[in-house]
Design a protein around this ligand. Structure first.
Ligand code: ADP
Ligand code: MG
Length: 250
């Protein structure tokens, strides 16, 4: 069309002062998710309102089955809402096509999962370079960046090892390297320490602290209070709803 925008120019509008002056990175409004399995329905998310701003470190807590992973899949554009709205960095996710969603997942978001989700047949550095393959980064640069990411997580001496040759904690550090290799602004971690012993948990949480200090936005899903207390804000989910949303007083 040839419409011209006659509305107010919001770019010149004064913004509220403070660190939350900018628009949120994650903006969920009345977000709902109903799973349909044959004739059965289950309402896993029931009207979630959640805003997360750039640079925040937020833990999402709640009992098993409360909807945490569903929420992470929505935030990470791995699944779509059945009610309400989700804006990611200002984009209405419901209006994006599969190609655009894949680009967002590969370029703007780093994922860490409980089960590590590494490819068993590939050496560590090959696992780490995978997100860069979608970004048309040339091979020599992909390898260099994968090596640097593995060095950052303390695995510079394990580049060529396959996941089966690494401990659980090392595998999760490979997954963290994979999550950060593309320099995404948003890191989503779903129970990243769920399969780790306490030493490896400390290592992985230390890496998240570093990523937060570098200004990245972190959303850490966990059912463990000790893990959640590393974050600056704790959102409790219960039965698909936000129960409390509080600054972590520690
Ligand atoms: P959490 O991560 O907090 O344990 P989930 O988000 O995995 O919770 O699950 C929330 C609810 O949604 C649970 O009752 C679960 O059984 C249900 N659920 C999750 N995924 C699916 C699915 N793909 N199909 C049907 N129901 C699902
Ligand atoms: Mg879960």
């Amino acid at each position: 069309g040839t419409d011209t925008d006659t509305g107010t120019d919001t770019r010149s509008a004064p913004r509220p002062a403070g660190r939350h002056g900018a628009d949120p990175v994650i903006d969920l409004h009345g977000a709902g998710k109903t799973y349909r399995t044959g004739t059965l329905e289950y309402e896993a998310l029931r009207g979630i309102d959640l805003q997360i701003h750039e640079g925040e470190y937020v833990a999402i807590m709640g009992p098993s089955g409360s909807g945490k992973s569903t929420l992470m899949n929505i935030i990470g554009c791995l699944d779509t809402l059945t009610a309400g709205e989700y804006h990611l960095s200002g984009d209405d996710v419901s209006e994006l096509d599969e190609v655009e969603l894949a680009q967002i997942r590969n370029r703007r978001i780093g994922f860490v999962f409980q089960q590590f989700n590494l490819l068993a047949s590939l050496p560590a550095w090959r696992n780490v370079e995978l997100p860069l393959m979608y970004g048309r980064v040339p091979m020599h640069e992909r390898k260099q960046r994968a090596i640097e990411a593995l060095e950052r997580v303390g695995l510079g001496d394990r580049l060529a090892n396959r996941p089966g040759e690494l401990s659980g904690g090392q595998q999760q550090r490979v997954a963290v390297a994979r999550a950060l290799v593309g320099e995404p602004s948003l890191i989503l971690a779903d129970e990243p320490t769920g399969n780790l012993d306490s030493t490896s948990t400390t290592d992985v949480l230390g890496l998240f602290d570093e990523l937060h200090a570098q200004g990245r936005t972190l959303v850490l899903i966990t059912h463990e209070l000790e893990v959640a207390q590393r974050a600056r804000r704790i959102v409790w989910v219960r039965d698909g709803r936000i129960h409390t949303d509080e600054v972590n007083g520690r």
